[in-house]
Every structure is written in structure tokens, then in C-alpha cells.
Ligand binder design. Structure first.
Ligand code: UN1
Length: 512
């Protein structure tokens, strides 16, 4: 145990067998099945987790409902104080939690730390918000009347998160929901359940210290059936779901049938446009981290490079040379750049995509392949690959959660923007240019159609302060920064008459 994993697991309270259902400090046992969490780093079992069942979900739901009745009456700045302390607890656990995330899902230790930093940042952001849940005031058209709007807590928020950001996405939702007065029921990915258990323990300690009831922070580890129960549950007014477009459509349909709210963060098919006016060092660095960071498993990963014909050969050669220097291996070892993908299914999807791009006429620039032999025993290490492709290829139109980058050529900026927008997804996008006209065209209403559009920055690595999310098949949701908090509250418009008459709006006369 060269990287001190066992010590970290111990400090985070992970045992060899864990319960996967909790209302806070209480963990609920049942007859439900036991699954194992395997590390893609070495392919070995880390620990076991007992899944949620319909019955244990019911218990969690009942407790959440009760807890909400209390939590919504705690003043928002006091709720902020609790979230502030959760942020501090995360600061204390940063190294251990970052290591667990790295070991359980395979991203580099640096990126694991970065993910925990996102949790700390959103807690800070939420603390500030807890004193800024502002509504507007309006001028009434009637004399002696006052109008304003206020924001109230909405209830239980169901959080469904994915394996690739197994802890940060929960925090983006939970920290905001809590200061808004909501309670949270979290279903983490069953591919990274231990990271979820560790977070639940950290938060629960703080709630308990404040003498707050069970049910403000709940955990239900389970498969898609638990997701279905949550989506159909009318006591959960808001479902926030992160994952594939396929999953998002199922959630949205179920939530829509009961006219609930859903906040969706689904697939991306993110491109960087590299113009002939790009700072080339910057463009290569941005594309490299965007494409191979998190082994291509961020929803913001760079999947397409749209390159001006005059610099196409240069970009291709320089990228190929950068790729040849990538060191693939154990993500906890800081000399390695790229870790494994999440599991053998992900490896299959990677191989499938490489086969398909070949069939459609793509040409390899950097060949892919699955690594084997010493230190690759898990079978989850793949070579980041680059293909020359057409935007119209079926496989290019599809989000493959793996380190495969497609290169394509353009001649006018209009054409580049049309290609960037010419996919079903709309999450992140970027342009590399030092030319003001190109940059502003890309950001204008006729430019990028994505929720995130960057200039001289790659597609991944958004900060907490901005609203995060995208359009089209990405699902339209916005989380984290800006006014994303409004999704977690209900708005009420109030008109108060302090005069001694009762005039009707719009000047309507109604006298008897
Ligand atoms: C995700 O991949 O689900 O912008 C989220 C980024 C990170 C978040 C990614 N801050 O790449």
C-alpha cells in the first residue's frame, strides 16, 4: 500500500463491509444485496456495500419529509453556518477524500484533489448565498399596494450523480439545496459508492453536532431501480440528475408525468475551434488536458478539434508529439498523466468507438489500444487516441466517454461555428484565437450554442462561480454558480393592499 490507501479509508470510516443507506448519522441495514466496489487502478475489490431496497428507500423518504418541516424554519444564514462547517470538514479531509476518489474511479490524484476543492468552493459560495437569497420588489399599478416576491424552500431534492465526478456533483447540489432550506436524498453512482459513503459521513457529523434531525442529508446507494423510485416519487419536487442523455430522458419523462421539476446535466460533445490566429502553445495545452484529463470521462472533455486549414498540419504534428510523451499508469503516482477508465464496460465502449470511426473512414493520427502487462492488470488502461474524422460521422455525433479525440478541418469561421454547433449536445465549447473579431463572433448570438463558451481556455475545468450546464441534449439545467440556486426554491409573488379601498387590477370595474 505504497500510497497509503488503507490509512485514508480508515480515516474516512470505510470498512470492508458498509451499509449504503443512511439518513445522516444513522445507517439502515436490510436484506438487500451486497455489491463490491472494484478499483480500476488495480482491478481489486476495495470494499463491499449493501444496496438500498424499496423498503429502505421508503424509510429514508419518510425521515427526509419530517426533517424538511424543521430545516425550512431554520434561518437561512444559520443554515449557511452549517454548510460553512461542512466546507471546513472537507478541507480537513481533502487529501484522504481526493485519494479515495482517485483510487475508486481512476482520475489522477491531482484531479481528485481538484474535485474536493470544487466541493469546498461551492460550500463557500453557498455560505455567501445564505444571506443573499434575494427576491425583487415591484411597483404596483394600484395606489396603496405593494408587490414583492420571495423565495421559499421547496422540499426534498433528489440527487442522482455519475461516477466521473463522484463527490463534487453532490456538493454542487447539496450545498445550494441546504442553504435554500431543502433536504437532500442522494443516489451516487454504484460505480463509486465508497466516495459517497465517505461524504455522507463527513456531512452527517456536522448536522449531528448542531443537534439537527436525521434526514437533512440522506444517502441511498442503489442501481437504476432506486433512480426510478426517486423519479416517480411525488414527495421529491426536484430531481437533479447528472449522467447520460439516455438516463436523463428516462428521468425527465418520469418526473414530467407527475409535473415535478428536473434539473439535467447530460452528455457533452465539446469542441475547440483552433483558428489560424491562435496562440499555438496555448491551443495544444488546452486541447491536451481537455482530451486526456480524467481519461476523457468528463462531460466537458474535449472530443472534437475544429482546426483552420492553414494550421491543421502543425496542430496535428504537435499534438501527436505531445501524446507520445503521455505516461499512462496508476493515477495516484504523480509521474503519470493518465489513469484508467472506470471499468471493463468503458473499455468495450472505447474499443467499439475506435472500430466505428475506422469503419466510417476515419484515419488514425495516434493509434488507440488497451494496455496489458505489469501495472495494467486491471485491464482498464487505454491509450488516448486521435483520429482524423468528419463531423457528420455517426460516431463523432455521439458522446463516447473515453480519451478519443477527432480532428477536422475548416476554412471560414462561419463554417467552424456551424461544425461546433452541428451535434445534438450543447455543453461546453471553446475558441483559441488572439483575434477579437473571431472571439466575439464565437460568443455572439450567432456563435456557440453551448451553455459554456470559452476563449483561450479548453472546454473542461469550469469554475464554481459560473452557472454550469448546457443546451439541447445536455438537458438545459444549470448548477453551481450564478443564480442556479433559484432551481432549488419556489417563488412566491405577494401583493399587499394597505389602502382602505379594493381597486381591481387592469382598471376593471365590478360594483354592486
Ligand atoms: C462533469 O464532468 O460532470 O468543468 C463535471 C469541469 C468540471 C466539472 C465537470 N469543473 O470540467
Amino acid at each position: 500500500d505504497q500510497f497509503g490507501i488503507q490509512e485514508s479509508l480508515k480515516r474516512l470510516g470505510i470498512q470492508s463491509e458498509n451499509l449504503g443507506v443512511s439518513t445522516g448519522s444513522k445507517w439502515i441495514d436490510s436484506e438487500a444485496s451486497l455489491i463490491a466496489s472494484f478499483s480500476p487502478v488495480d482491478g481489486k475489490e476495495i470494499a463491499k456495500v449493501k444496496l438500498a431496497s424499496k423498503e429502505t428507500f421508503e424509510q429514508v423518504m419518510d425521515q427526509a419529509q419530517k426533517a424538511f418541516l424543521h430545516w425550512r424554519t431554520v434561518p437561512a444564514p444559520q443554515r449557511g453556518e452549517v454548510v460553512r462547517e461542512i466546507g471546513n470538514a472537507l478541507r480537513d479531509a481533502k487529501e484522504d477524500l481526493g485519494k479515495l476518489v482517485s483510487f475508486e474511479m481512476g482520475k489522477s490524484y491531482q484531479e481528485g484533489l481538484g474535485e474536493v476543492q470544487e466541493m469546498i468552493d461551492i460550500c463557500d459560495f453557498a455560505v455567501g448565498l445564505s444571506r443573499q437569497l434575494y427576491g425583487l420588489t415591484m411597483h404596483s399599478e394600484r395606489p396603496g399596494h405593494r408587490m414583492y416576491e420571495q423565495w421559499h424552500a421547496i422540499g426534498a431534492v433528489g440527487i442522482i450523480s455519475a461516477f466521473n465526478f463522484p463527490v463534487a456533483v453532490w456538493a454542487w447540489n447539496a450545498a445550494l439545496a441546504w442553504v435554500c432550506g431543502d433536504v437532500c436524498i442522494w443516489k451516487p453512482s454504484e460505480k463509486a459508492p465508497l466516495s459517497g459513503i465517505a461524504c455522507q459521513k463527513i456531512a452527517a457529523k456536522v448536522f449531528q453536532k448542531h443537534g439537527l434531525p436525521e434526514g437533512i442529508s440522506s444517502l441511498v446507494i442503489g442501481d437504476y431501480k432506486i433512480g426510478e423510485l426517486m423519479s416517480n416519487e411525488s414527495r421529491i419536487p426536484l430531481i437533479s440528475a447528472t449522467g447520460s442523455t439516455r438516463m436523463g430522458k428516462l428521468v425527465s419523462e418520469a418526473v414530467g408525468r407527475r409535473l415535478g421539476r428536473s434539473l439535467l446535466e447530460l452528455g457533452g460533445n465539446n469542441a475547440i475551434i483552433i483558428t489560424e490566429n491562435a496562440d499555438m502553445d496555448m491551443a495544444i495545452r488546452g486541447a491536451l488536458f481537455g482530451a486526456v484529463g480524467t481519461a476523457g470521462q468528463r462531460c466537458t472533455s474535449t472530443r472534437r478539434l475544429i482546426i483552420h486549414e492553414n494550421v491543421y498540419e502543425e496542430v496535428k504534428t504537435r499534438l501527436a508529439s505531445a501524446y507520445s510523451k503521455l505516461v499512462i499508469g496508476n493515477p495516484l503516482d504523480e509521474k503519470n498523466h493518465v489513469g484508467p477508465v472506470i471499468d471493463l464496460d468503458a473499455v468495450k465502449m472505447y474499443e467499439e468507438a475506435i472500430r466505428k470511426v475506422g469503419e466510417e473512414g476515419g484515419k488514425p493520427v495516434v493509434e488507440g489500444g488497451v494496455l496489458s502487462g505489469e501495472s495494467y492488470e486491471s485491464g482498464c488502461y487505454v491509450k488516448p487516441a486521435i483520429y482524423e474524422a468528419e463531423n457528420s460521422f455517426k460516431i463523432v455525433q455521439h458522446e463516447t466517454f473515453a480519451p478519443i479525440l477527432y480532428l477536422m478541418k475548416y476554412s471560414t469561421i462561419e463554417e467552424a461555428i456551424a461544425m461546433q454547433n452541428g451535434v445534438p449536445q450543447g455543453l461546453s465549447s471553446a475558441i483559441m484565437t488572439t483575434n477579437m473579431r473571431e472571439a466575439e463572433a464565437f460568443l455572439s448570438v450567432t456563435g456557440s450554442d453551448c451553455g459554456i463558451a470559452n476563449v483561450n481556455i479548453g472546454t473542461s475545468g469550469a469554475e464554481i462561480g459560473g452557472a454550469f450546464g448546457g443546451e439541447k441534449e445536455t438537458g438545459g439545467g444549470r448548477e453551481s454558480g450564478s443564480d442556479a440556486w433559484k432551481a432549488y426554491m419556489r417563488r412566491q409573488t405577494n401583493t399587499i393592499n394597505y389602502s382602505s379601498t379594493l381597486p381591481l387590477a387592469q382598471g376593471i370595474k365590478f360594483d354592486i
